[in-house]
Design a binder for this molecule. Structure first.
Ligand SMILES: CC(C)(COP(=O)(O)OP(=O)(O)OC[C@H]1O[C@@H](n2cnc3c(N)ncnc32)[C@H](O)[C@@H]1OP(=O)(O)O)[C@@H](O)C(=O)NCCC(=O)NCCS
Length: 132
């Protein structure tokens, strides 16, 4: 998939059913690592890691300078999947990050279970180019 500045990858099983996907959004020279999801029956086989690596490969070939990953802090996943291993580091903590969105769309957050959502967002970044 390649729609304007968004890129996506799908993982498929032997009969071409989608079992995982991952998204990268590009704005100028910045890449945003969006969702990665793998079907629960297929987890633990390296699919999530492979999808993560594909995004890094494309980001490098597009000559992006910085990658950003917004992590929804959860007690069950305090650190984002794969990010530290591949060189991301924590750059900022945004409190009540989804507050306005949860009011606008009227959803109950599954993590904090509050309305509006009081979850915090951990912003991770990685520089891809040392000079410029
Ligand atoms: C996170 C996810 C994509 C991993 O997919 P996967 O195909 O099982 O990943 P891999 O097989 O490549 O890697 C599994 C490793 O990641 C770890 N892992 C799984 N979920 C994790 C998470 N949320 N955060 C950090 N690490 C995680 C596993 O413990 C395992 O570690 P190990 O190899 O040391 O045992 C999958 O569990 C998922 O879809 N989770 C729900 C959505 C989600 O939390 N996505 C990530 C944020 S966008």
């Amino acid at each position: 998939m390649d729609a304007e500045n968004s890129y996506g990858w799908c993982a498929v099983d032997d009969t071409d059913n989608i079992v995982g996907y991952s998204l990268l959004k590009v704005e100028g020279k910045e890449g945003f690592f969006e969702l990665t999801v793998v079907h629960q029956d297929f987890r633990g086989n390296g699919i999530g890691t492979a999808l993560f690596e594909e995004r890094i490969k494309l980001s490098k070939s597009l000559n992006l300078s910085v990658l950003t990953l917004n992590h929804w802090f959860k007690m069950s996943s305090k650190e984002p999947f794969c990010a530290i291993k591949y060189g991301f580091s924590l750059s900022e903590v945004k409190l009540n990050f989804w507050l306005n969105q949860s009011l606008e769309y009227g959803y109950n957050c599954m993590e904090c279970k509050k309305i509006p959502c009081s979850c915090k967002c951990l912003v991770y970044k990685m520089n891809l180019r040392i000079n410029g």
